[in-house]
Design a protein around this ligand. Sequence first.
Ligand code: NAD
Length: 369
Amino acid sequence: MASQNILLLPGDGIGPEVTTAAQRVIDWFGRHGTTKFEIESDLVGGAAYDAHGEAITDAAVERAFAADAILFGAVGGPKWDDVPYEHRPEAGLLRLRKDLDLFANLRPAICYPALANASSLKKDVVEGLDILILRELTGGTYFGEPKEIVTLENGDKRAVDTQVYTTPEIARIARVAFELARTRSNKVTSMEKHNVMRSGVLWKEVVTQVHETEGYDDVKLEHVLADAGGMQLVRNPKQFDVIVTDNLFGDLLSDVASMLTGSLGMLPSASLGLPDEKTGKRYSLYEPVHGSAPDISGKGVANPIAMIASFGMCLRYSFGMVSEADMLDKAISAALASGARTGDIADGGNAMGTTEMADAIIAELESLA
Ligand code: NAD
């Protein structure tokens, strides 16, 4: 029997609540399929700081390197607002992204038909939406040096962030975009600002070159300026399939796309590294897009769908279990179609809790099995 080793890092706030729900779904697949899931857990974020004085321990990072995939809940909360900057809860997540070189961040934005009314946009604009934003995650403005605030001779201050990309960094994310498009609707839209940024000029040049010289001509490629792309995302989002963009623009555009789907509680994500040349194994971390939601933490009302769908992405992208991933997506869709709603997506009426939503999805898995 095949076996996959998953490291659970539930984190803080609603992180542990939605992770428990996802673990029930993992257990269901473990009981009903041909793959055994070995699960380990560790602390991250504020929980790790309270126990060990740092946002993730070296031992937990070692476990992350050894795992076949990582499922990450959420970190942070007001309790840790005043901890030293290097130990803030987010430092645990940033260390994992950096150490495992998780450069490709996949954020699908899917609007389930049953939830088309929950979006702030008109129903016909978003109903049936299924797009994927691919954000470069380890380069660009958030990491470029110099990154500093300096005091000038006259006492004024000067702040600098540096947008920097190299050819290999752009080429590897472009390849991921083309490969993903081939599993979907075969179209890639690359977004940058080549009209005003030198990094945009290089980005466009390298994406075009990879497309032309590496055998991706079966995939349609278009280039759209990132600001116009943001406008198109709210005007006519269904025109897109895979959008590939840099770290900063990807942060903004994927948050815009999140509102197309109705709630943060619905959005999964994956962060992937390069496949190992010999084994094909790639480091991967799956997490909901939402944070630790301190306002609802401990109440048992968090929507677990983003976390459960993150496990679905793990089945698809790390374990190659595509039919199981499709089945889980169908079960989520069916649970929503049958009226299952947590508070964040309820349109008035009675909302269910985290456990009941997981029950509803597992019941649909039972009937699909
Ligand atoms: P948030 O995503 O935690 O919450 C925003 C709003 O969405 C809240 O009203 C919350 O109740 C709601 N919400 C989020 N997830 C939900 C779910 N699954 N079900 C129902 N409602 C849900 O963002 P925030 O309030 O800006 O941040 C709270 C904390 O989380 C902060 O400490 C922040 O730094 C941290 N954060 C962590 C991550 C991460 O771990 N990757 C991401 C974003 C924010």
